[in-house]
Write a protein that binds this ligand. Structure first.
Ligand code: ADP
Ligand code: MG
Length: 699
């Protein structure tokens, strides 16, 4: 049996036709025979055993009963018309009822004949009944083929066209009956190594398990296959890029780097910073294009690493750019870097949406002629009008806000692509990174600069507000600054703004002029107004900054030591972690105060408790992933990589590692997948790739 057969459009399966085919496609993404075979049941019900009628209880499960039908009859009229009957066994009696397909059911059901009935009981008027049960005469019931019945996920629309779980099961059953042998997708070496069942056995048994053991074997093999081909695709993609895309060779560590290191570096680098700079340097000197992800918790000192890598690029005669997701962040990077470079003979410029026209032109010219060494900016950097003399390194800060496509556009700016370093302060668990960023190299700064005191975190309800204000007054008296953050969720923007303004007013009464001054920043302000307010806080002219999450990422004001988060239960964990990362940057003890309402959901409580308990970004990310599921993690949505049917990257972590190791091992000895029966893997990859366009977008 060939793969061609499996590509047959689903409408040609008997009982489908064009209308249901269109629905299957739009609802479940099933358009071919193969797609249907890969649409797996979400659970199985054991139909080899029977329950007694008196065992029925209210626990919402399915029961299989055996008994005699009594008194089938049509009752009610017009809309209330229905067919009722009773099923009786030795232990009791239960009502069966049909509201639709009455004539068909009446035809099928004969009084005094023994039937097998299967369904989920409802509790109604003090009694149980079964509506629209599956029903078969005992003599037609084939116990052998009925052990584990598949249940398929369906949708309301499909159900209205008779494609509920049972309807889908009919289709899979029919399709499977037409299949002789399914083509294998793994090489014999792989199958033997892990003692997998064949693909044929696996697919048949995932739909219609012969027994529990075979179901387990089928699931294991198919899960592995799912993870394995993703890893093979990612690693192969990485490999191909590595050989095809030559990169600039940065041989030197030269004057700029050394001068900076010896004379201008304000503190000793942490060991983690040193290690990461080494890793990046080796990558940029290797002759292939670097694509590296740099993870480091908030405050771990990524900016400095970025700067030192840019200096290496400059030492080798190239320009470097640093791109940030927001104007405020770009400005701040620009200020930090300009300050650090003070006294050195280098030109760094800032280019954002609000750069004035004349200056913009000058910067464009400077980039094209090469007099500008470092350009820092926002999305404005990837506009087509921006041309470089020789861009050698692109650093992207807080990557999740940049689309994959935007990154790709940057690469096109030169004949030879620049090295790319993606920095993120949203830690993601290793297993997730292996899947989502599986084709990128990976560096971690796992150490904070010395002398940092971990932020102390407290959770209070509104009844502690007076105490809180007293605490804030003491902190301000000590010369500290304070953030007060309010949530802002798009759908309820106006409500949120009202909250923020009310909070601002109440703070203004508690912290009145002239002794205190308050800055306010929110999303509906103009950029210059925002900047103005921000600057007042940065300069220390105001003691309190009331803001929405615009300050979430990156902002660095060491003198701010208290972060108050209002309605903290409305923030996600990674957001809370980011926000808390805004304090604890100076030498003084910092505090994070989570204010919540009394009503907390279980998840909300867990988030708050996690924040109080730990400051470790990776631990927080793991809890976050468990609470939300990997598909909802920051920045992973667009990837399509997590569209897993069977595997679960948390539960199946071990298997994921095996799959990745195996993929790496195979590619190492046979990168083009031509030897040792590996062509079968290559073929499968290209089948999957055609199907899942997203894969080519991962970069
Ligand atoms: P992030 O990784 O969150 O971007 P930053 O680069 O903003 O962190 O650095 C956080 C703070 O730590 C900054 O104020 C920076 O000057 C300081 N810093 C960075 N590296 C060191 C170091 N090795 N020793 C002491 N302070 C450092
Ligand atoms: Mg940063």
């Amino acid at each position: 049996m060939s793969y061609e057969f499996l590509k047959t459009p689903i409408e040609y399966l008997k009982g489908v036709g064009p209308k249901r085919a269109a629905l299957l496609r739009s609802e479940l993404n099933i358009s071919t025979f193969d797609d249907l075979l890969n649409y797996f049941p979400f659970r199985y019900v054991d139909r080899s055993t029977f329950s007694n009628i008196n065992e029925i209880d209210n626990d919402q499960t399915y029961f299989q009963l055996k008994g005699k039908i009594l008194q089938p009859q049509i009752v009610g009229a017009a809309r209330a018309k229905r067919l009722t009957a009773y099923l009786k066994d030795d232990t009791g009696i239960i009502e069966l009822v049909w509201f639709q397909g009455i004539n068909w059911a009446l035809e099928k059901i004969k009084a005094d004949v023994e039937y097998i009935v299967f369904g989920k009981p409802n509790y109604f008027n003090g009694k149980f009944n079964l509506s629209h049960p599956e029903i078969e005469p005992v003599e037609d019931f084939d116990i052998l083929s009925s052990q584990l019945r598949p249940f398929y996920p369906s949708t309301e629309k499909l159900k209205s066209k008779n494609l509920n779980s049972r309807g889908i099961a009919k289709l899979t059953k029919l399709l499977i009956s037409q299949i002789e042998t399914l083509p294998e997708t793994l090489s014999p070496q792989v199958i033997n190594r892990f003692k997998f069942v064949s693909r044929h056995t696996a697919i048949i048994n995932i739909h219609y398990p012969e027994n529990k053991e075979l179901l387990n074997k089928a699931t294991t093999r198919l899960k592995f296959e799912e993870l394995f081909f993703i890893q093979l695709a990612l690693l192969r993609y990485k490999y191909v890029r590595t050989i095809r895309l030559k990169g600039h060779v940065f041989k030197l560590v030269g004057d700029n780097f050394n001068t900076f290191y010896k004379r201008y570096l304000p503190f000793e680098l942490t060991n983690a910073q040193k290690r990461v700079i080494k890793e990046i340097r080796a990558d940029m000197g290797s002759g292939h294009q670097m694509n590296r992800l740099l993870q480091g918790d908030v405050g771990s000192g990524k900016t400095l690493v970025a700067l030192m890598c840019m200096l290496i690029a400059i030492d080798n005669g190239f320009q470097a750019s640093l791109m940030a997701p927001t104007e405020i962040l770009a400005q701040q990077h620009f200020k930090t870097i300009s300050d650090l470079l003070l006294g050195m003979d280098l030109k760094a410029k800032l280019l954002t949406g609000s750069t004035r026209k004349a200056e913009r032109q000058e910067i464009h010219d400077g980039l094209e002629s090469g007099v500008v060494n470092i350009i820092i900016g926002t999305h404005a950097l990837i506009e087509d009008t921006v041309q470089f003399k020789n861009l050698g390194l692109v650093i992207i800060d807080e990557q999740h806000r940049f689309g994959v496509e935007q990154r790709a556009r940057l690469w096109q700016k030169n004949e030879m692509p620049p090295h790319v370093l993606v920095m993120t302060a949203t830690p993601i668990p290793r297993t997730l990174a292996m899947t989502v960023y599986g084709d990128l190299d990976y560096s971690v700064i796992n150490e904070l600069p010395p002398g940092r005191k971990p932020v102390q975190t407290y959770h209070y309800y509104d009844n502690k507000r007076l105490m809180l204000y007293g605490f804030l007054k003491r902190k301000i008296a000590e010369g500290q600054q304070i953030y007060v953050v309010y949530p802002l969720i798009k759908e309820s923007e106006n409500l949120d703004l009202a909250d923020l303004m009310a909070g601002y007013e109440s703070l203004s009464r508690t912290f009145p002029l002239p002794d205190y001054a308050i800055s306010i920043v929110h999303g509906q302000m103009k950029t210059d107004e925002k900047d103005f307010e921000m600057q007042r806080f940065i300069k220390g002219e105001t003691q309190i900054m009331v803001a929405t999450t615009v300050i979430e990422v990156g902002v660095d004001i060491p003198n701010a030591s208290v972060m108050v988060i209002e309605n903290a239960e409305r923030f996600g964990l990674s957001q809370l972690h980011q926000l808390r990362g805004r304090v604890g940057r100076g030498a003084q003890q910092s505090f994070c105060i989570l204010m919540t309402s009394y009503k907390l959901t279980a998840d909300g409580k867990k988030r708050i408790d996690t924040m109080v308990k730990t400051t470790d970004g990776f631990k927080i990310a793991e809890v976050d992933m468990k609470l939300r599921g990997p598909g909802d993690m920051h920045g992973t949505r667009q990837s399509g990589m997590l569209d897993l049917r069977l595997a679960d990257i948390i539960r199946d972590e071990k298997m994921l590692r095996y799959a990745r190791d195996l993929a790496a091992e195979i590619l190492k000895s046979d990168p083009d997948l031509v030897k040792n029966n590996n062509h079968i893997l290559k073929e499968r990859l290209s089948q999957l790739k055609k199907h899942q366009k997203d894969w080519s977008l991962i970069s």
